[in-house]
Design a protein around this ligand. Structure first.
Ligand code: R5P
Length: 287
């Protein structure tokens, strides 16, 4: 087995290597002065079972190209099998046409990975699990819920209810609720335009409850902060939030800090920006 990482999350790659009792194989990602990417694979991969660990988080296009080019390099160097370990799959939210003439970029990315030479994919919480079917190679789709649930089990929150911040997250919320022995409620969210969330209704009785909102992604934090406010306005006692992928773009950190949310639990599929984190004391990162 050979484990490689490009530039997106070398800390996570190192953590995985240590967990497995392996050391990282040596490779460098190099940029030419015009921005083109190439890689230097510093050891033989002939006949090896190669795993390349690279979430395609921001800057998404850069990290995606690094991954594709690294796959190409190890394929041409006669690796026996190449697994792309993509803890966060960028472009996953473009997985269907919701308006005329929209691209399905999540499928395009799947085509690119397969064409480059990936023969297996490991991903966590793909925004829509149907993305597995965009590949004609095996996809191991890992959920973040067991890790998040374990944390809340130890926290012993009283009178707990899990809330899905939109209709698309109901299965995830139910999985978390089952592990915590509780029920779910659902927020009916609308997106009048990209990156803008509007809360329409809450389905379920949230009065007096300690609520955990569970999402796959927190990006601008619009969904989760508006949802939390709506839950408190309608009688919830307090609101916690969790997600697998902390994209946290724009003013997400400040938004979370100013919000009514008590604590935001995230995982490290995307590296956590500790400099920005100084502006938000509510975030707790799980591995
Ligand atoms: C959308 O369907 C996803 O599950 C998340 O709810 C969404 O990506 C969160 O985005 P934001 O934090 O920008 O509202």
């Amino acid at each position: 087995i050979k484990l490689f990482s490009a530039n997106a999350n070398p800390e996570l790659a190192q953590e995985i290597a240590e967990y497995l009792g392996l050391s990282m194989a040596s490779a460098k990602v190099i940029r030419f002065s015009d921005g083109e990417v190439t890689v230097d694979i510093d050891e033989s991969v002939r006949g090896a079972d190669v795993f390349i660990i690279q979430p395609t988080c921001a800057p998404v296009n850069e990290h995606l190209m690094e991954l594709l080019i690294m796959i190409d390099a190890v394929r041409r160097a006669s690796a026996r099998r190449i697994t792309a370990v993509i803890p966060y799959y960028g472009y996953a939210r473009q997985e269907r046409k919701s308006r005329a003439r929209e691209p399905i970029s999540a499928k395009l990315v799947a085509n690119l990975l397969t064409a480059a030479g990936a023969r297996r994919v490991v991903a966590m919480d793909l925004h829509a699990s149907a993305i597995q079917g965009f590949f004609d190679i095996p996809v191991d789709h890992l959920p973040g819920v067991p890790i998040l649930a374990e944390y809340y089990q130890k926290k012993h929150l009283d009178n707990l209810l899990v809330v899905s911040p939109d209709l698309g997250g109901v299965t995830r919320a139910r999985n978390l609720a089952n592990r915590l022995g509780t029920e779910i409620a659902i927020i009916d969210k609308r997106r009048p335009q990209p990156n803008v969330a509007e809360i329409m209704n809450i389905i379920g009785d949230i009065r007096g409850k300690t609520v955990v909102m569970a999402d796959d992604i927190i990006d601008t934090a619009g969904t989760i902060t508006l949802g939390a406010q709506a839950l408190l306005d309608r009688g919830a006692k307090e609101v916690h939030a969790c997600c697998t992928h902390a994209v946290l773009s724009g003013s997400a950190y400040e938004r979370l800090e100013k919000s009514v949310i008590k604590e935001v639990l995230i995982t490290n599929t995307i590296p956590f920006d500790s400099a920005k984190a100084a502006s938000c004391s509510k975030i707790k990162v799980l591995s």
